[in-house]
Design a protein around this ligand. Structure first.
Ligand code: FES
Ligand code: FES
Length: 160
């Protein structure tokens, strides 16, 4: 079946099966492998993208359901010249990643959080990230990076 959608502002057309997940279409159909697939139980959050501005685990949605939608992935977050956006830069500055597998989903979830809550508390960040798993960092530096990306002073929060 044919679908048409905008991905990172670019109009895309694809032929998908009814069972094709949005995560699979992005990765295998469009080559946007920055959207990671870390589980088959909808738990890890590595696959988070935005669909019409809402953070979605792309493994929980059929590609067909995104027909006509506007999808943003991690590939669309940096500027065309490679300049990182504020969240990506904060992850780099505050060591919010190690292996990086969870990072695309973390960045996309953080972007959704800061859109709806521009100055979250540490507790609010931790609660929002409930659906994003990281096996490396212990989360502390991820939370610190997101607080920093929101413009808050994190100098009093010890790095790990
Ligand atoms: S791959 Fe989607 S939640 Fe794990
Ligand atoms: S940095 Fe390795 S899973 Fe999060």
């Amino acid at each position: 079946m044919r679908i048409e959608l905008a991905v990172n502002g670019i109009e895309c057309v694809g032929d998908v099966e009814g069972r094709t997940l949005l995560s699979g279409f992005l990765r295998d159909g469009l080559g946007l492998t920055g959207t990671h697939v870390g589980c088959d139980t909808s738990q890890c959050g590595a696959c988070v993208v935005h669909v019409d501005g809402v953070a979605v685990k792309s493994c929980t949605m059929f590609a067909l359901e995104a027909d006509g939608c506007s999808v943003e992935t991690i590939e669309g977050q940096a500027a065309a010249d490679g300049t990182l956006n504020a969240i990506q830069q904060a992850f780099q500055d505050h060591h919010g990643l190690q292996c990086g597998f969870c990072t695309p989903g973390m960045v996309m979830s953080a972007a959704a959080l800061l859109k709806e809550n521009p100055e979250p508390t540490e507790a609010e960040v931790r609660a929002y990230l409930e659906g994003n798993l990281c096996r490396c960092t212990g989360y502390h530096n991820i939370v610190r990076a997101i607080l920093a990306a929101s413009g808050q002073d994190v100098s009093a929060i010890a790095a790990e």
